[in-house]
Design a protein around this ligand. Sequence first.
Ligand SMILES: [Zn+2]
Length: 171
Amino acid sequence: MHTFTFCPKCGTPLQEAVIENRDRQQCPACSWIHYRNPLPVTIAFARNQDDELLVIRRAHPPAENEWALPGGFLETGETPEEGCLRELLEETSLKGRVEGLIGAYHRENEMYGSLLVIAYKIIVHTPEIRINHEVHEAGFYHPDALPDIRIPLHNQIISDAASLVSPGSLR
Ligand SMILES: [Zn+2]
């Protein structure tokens, strides 16, 4: 989470101020206000043609070594769907297609602060997994034989995806 002592625009020491009923920092010289907004993250609930779910084991904090759904931060200029497919490709070399939106969630993360998490259902249409440095291992698992996923939000997303009556098609 970003904290500032000096104004990033003009270098003047920031002052505490209550603006729009929230404690914020403001620059007394140029009036720059430090708005704190959640970081957007996408998560992929990605299945293959056999309805097996892609699960990875994370190689970096937060939740290092934990089983998880693949995902990551959006980059400036990309749509959430593009970011979700890019993260999937980077972490596992798998290509897929967005099948529908599962939901949008808010979480407080100890490393990154406030997160806006957007989860998509994805159909993967390439077979071979090749992991990158962010991942210890990755595989497709039958829904009844998933590894022990202990990240509450990821379990929530899996449960929400299962309760969708029919996949909402985006194309
Ligand atoms: Zn300033």
